[in-house]
Design a protein around this ligand. Structure first.
Ligand code: NAP
Length: 250
């Protein structure tokens, strides 16, 4: 028998995505753990979920590649059933630098993963969830960032701009499909303890900035997962086109 609640979490091999996959699996969802390159980490999350009694599969797909995204959704249709929840969590940032030093390859790498990837996954989800397409409805959460508000000057303005685009597409899509049984919302994490900061060249970034956070500490992946899971849940049934800033007051 197929599980009635099926979730796809992109970039779920580690960090916020892995914490979200674990939380959703424990809440009774069948979970697709998407990853780009680190199969071992994704497999570990899947084994943990299965050990806890959840149904889970790992699917390798680069969300910035259209054919990968289509293949991932087809695998979920086949192996888990129609997705009722999508978490667009996969995201990248690249070495800290000023805009004056950025080239097009870097900017495009950031935009295609963070923006194109999010839009492509939204497209495949809407095609399956929308009542206009004969679907049962569903819920989408896009993982943005406080960077969408602050702009990340001196660090990665390209990344911040990509998250601004995620906020805009979240709002637009939410209104576009509000009458078709789909809710679309966003979570804007602040400084969270994950491996992502090492990609920017500063693994200790959260500790450096902790004093500037009103709550005087960085956040955990599990704290962000709680906000994502709530927005996905029926408890948020009248919430769409909205954002949770999970950023300790920033
Ligand atoms: P992370 O630890 O760096 O993990 C990123 C995950 O995304 C990895 O599992 C990676 O897979 C996957 N991924 C990257 N590019 C992908 C692609 N093109 N296709 C599919 N998967 C891809 O990141 P995180 O800190 O958990 O961040 C998760 C989300 O939260 C991101 O959207 C990020 O922008 C956002 N966020 C994070 C923070 C923070 O402080 N950490 C703050 C604000 C917002 P592989 O390992 O297989 O490459």
């Amino acid at each position: 028998m197929r599980d009635s609640r099926v979730a796809i979490v992109t970039g779920a091999g580690r960090g916020i995505g892995a914490a979200t996959a674990r939380l959703l699996g424990n809440a009774g969802y069948a979970v697709c753990v998407n990853y780009r390159s680190d199969a071992a980490s994704a497999d570990k999350v899947v084994e943990e979920l299965k050990g806890a009694g959840a149904k889970a599969i790992a699917v390798k797909a680069d969300v910035s590649h259209e054919e990968d995204v289509v293949r991932m959704f087809e695998a979920v249709d086949r192996e888990l059933g129609t997705p009722s929840a999508l978490v667009n969590n996969a995201g990248i940032l690249i070495q800290q630098m000023r805009v004056a030093d950025m080239d097009a390859a870097r900017i495009n790498a950031t935009l295609t993963t963070n923006v194109t990837g999010t839009l492509l996954c939204c497209r495949e989800a809407v095609r399956r969830m929308s009542t206009q397409h004969g679907g049962p409805g569903g819920s989408i959460v896009n993982v943005s960032s406080v960077a969408a508000r602050t702009g990340s000057p001196g660090e990665y303005v390209d990344y911040a701009a990509s998250k601004g685009a995620v906020d805009t597409l979240t709002r637009g899509l939410a209104v576009e499909v509000a009458g078709e049984g789909i809710r679309v919302n966003g979570v804007r994490p602040g400084f969270i303890y994950t491996d992502m900061h090492a990609s920017g060249g500063e693994p200790g970034r959260v500790d450096r900035l902790a004093a500037s956070i009103p709550m005087k500490r960085g956040g955990t992946a599990e704290e962000i997962a709680q906000s994502i899971a709530w927005l996905l849940s029926d408890e948020a049934s009248y919430v769409t086109g909205a954002f949770i800033d999970a950023a300790g007051g920033r």
